[in-house]
Design a protein around this ligand. Structure first.
Ligand code: ATP
Ligand code: MG
Length: 454
């Protein structure tokens, strides 16, 4: 195999050198070695060392250190510039009784112990600028073949730590790798252990999986594993859509939508969940055509249940679930309705909704996309033009505030709120310019002469 040039960031080289000068072994390990061999720039560099945590602390006394997981022997060194470098003592994990946390962590002085406890062969390589690559499990061959293979016996490794099951699918999605046969078989055998994982961990891994380039093929092949964690999604598989707009069942349509959605976490989650309410809302008309009336709010309910269980923050859950709620809304063509939409939901939400609708359209029967895309594009172009012009979209954009109305003698309260909204309507309809003097005149006129009606 051709030698690979590792370009270690200077602070990483320095960490290795300082540990060596103090008499310890230190290697770059894991993701940074894998990514470099793949020709990618590693996101961060992890170092494994024979030094015990207290020895590492002594070597870097005076530097900025953060305890990342002292019990597991990880200390992060924060260089003046660049990412923190995690320095972890070589260890061999002890017994696992809960499929997640090793009961004990045994520190080791030997690199090979540390590499043996790592999950996949492609993640179990070490590199040192003077000593080269250590690849005890043929990780490099697996990298070249694009294969994910457990280090050691797959079933045992998944029994020890069920998170590895999800990590396997996540790496398959991110790297576009196939899963080696016995590793793949063990995924299915051990999937029941996924129940032992914390919801937060599941959320993090699934989000990475969903944002991977290969998310759709991985979820297609391992749907049954995903459904162990998200049983609400299972009824989509096999739920046929006997309508002129669809050529796939709900699950296959979902996977196609996911594939067409840009890799933004909220958008990908919304794509995954957007039709979860369809199976429960399926009916037929006498002509044998299927209908899914009311499925968006039903999908929104399912989405809220799933997202809350996975401990998404309230804000994130509501954002994603609202995308689901609105995924079928016809996007307005008229300026006024578009301004109202932008004012109500904000630019970021509305443009994410355009992306979701485009992905959803791309996953329908041939012809539907071509027929419906021009309207979606037209609406999106108008929305962009509105934003570029800096048109007035919310009460906050009005040149007249509640305070100004108070100064005119209009008392604060719900009626003032309605008056402000009427002024906003008038500006958006083009009936009055967004200027303080003009708005004052209109406000007083509405208030005094018409008599105020809500
Ligand atoms: P990423 O680019 O997503 O950070 P990574 O490979 O660096 O990928 P991390 O989660 O940062 O993934 O883990 C660093 C390394 O630690 C892995 O490459 C792997 O060697 C090891 N590792 C992490 N989690 C586990 C686990 N649950 N079981 C065994 N080894 C693990
Ligand atoms: Mg990492």
């Amino acid at each position: 195999m051709t030698p690979v040039i590792f370009q270690l960031p200077a602070p990483v080289g320095e960490v290795l050198a300082r540990l060596a000068a103090a008499g310890f072994e230190a290697w770059c390990v894991g993701g940074c070695v894998r990514d470099t061999l793949l020709g990618k720039r590693p996101f961060d560099w992890d170092v494994a060392t024979s030094a015990r945590p207290e020895e590492t602390r002594a070597v870097f006394a005076g530097e900025r250190l953060v305890e990342v997981g002292a019990a597991h022997g990880t200390i992060a060194l924060v260089p003046p510039e660049g990412h923190p470098i995690e320095i972890t003592t070589f260890r061999s994990d002890g017994e696992y009784t809960d499929a997640r946390h090793p009961d004990s962590v045994t520190f080791s002085r030997r690199l090979e112990d540390d590499l043996s406890r790592r999950d996949f062969t492609v993640n179990a390589m070490a590199y040192h600028p003077d000593r080269g690559l250590v690849d005890l499990f043929h990780g490099r061959e697996d990298l070249e073949q694009g294969l994910l293979r457990c280090v050691g016996d797959p079933a045992r490794r998944f029994q020890e730590d069920a998170l590895r099951i999800l990590r396997c699918l996540r790496f398959a999605s991110q790297l576009g790798f196939a899963i080696q046969q016995s590793t793949g078989a063990a995924l299915w055998e051990e999937k029941g252990r996924l129940q032992t994982l914390s919801h937060e961990r599941v959320r993090e891994e699934l989000t990475k999986l969903l944002c991977g380039e290969n998310a759709a093929p991985v979820l297609r092949e391992y749907a049954g594993i995903l459904f162990t964690l998200l049983p609400e999604l299972a009824p989509m598989k096999g739920c046929a859509q006997e309508t002129p707009y669809h050529c796939f069942d709900v699950w296959e349509h979902t996977l196609h939508a996911l594939e067409h959605a840009p890799a933004d976490a909220a958008l990908r989650w919304a794509a995954l969940l957007h039709d979860t309410g369809k199976p429960a809302r399926k009916t037929f008309s006498p002509d044998g055509v299927a209908h899914f009336y009311g499925h968006p709010p039903e999908s929104g309910r399912v989405a809220r249940r799933v997202l809350t269980r996975l401990r998404f923050s309230k804000r994130e859950a509501e954002w994603i679930a609202s995308l689901v709620d609105h995924h079928e809304d016809p996007m307005p063509m008229g300026e006024k309705a578009l301004k109202r939409l932008l004012g109500q939901h904000g630019e970021a939400f509305v443009f994410t909704l355009f992306q979701l609708q485009e992905a959803d359209l791309s996953a329908k029967a041939p012809g539907v996309f071509q027929r419906r895309l021009p309207d979606l594009e037209g609406s999106r172009a108008r929305a962009r033009a509105i934003l570029e012009r800096g048109d007035c979209l919310t009460l906050g954009d009005l040149a007249l505030s509640g305070e100004d109305l108070k100064a005119l003698g209009i008392p604060p309260g719900p009626e003032m709120g309605s008056l402000l909204r009427r002024l906003l309507d008038a500006v958006q309809e083009g009936g009055v310019p967004n200027q303080a003097a003009a708005l004052e005149r209109l406000a007083l006129c509405l208030w005094r002469e018409e008599g105020y009606k809500k």
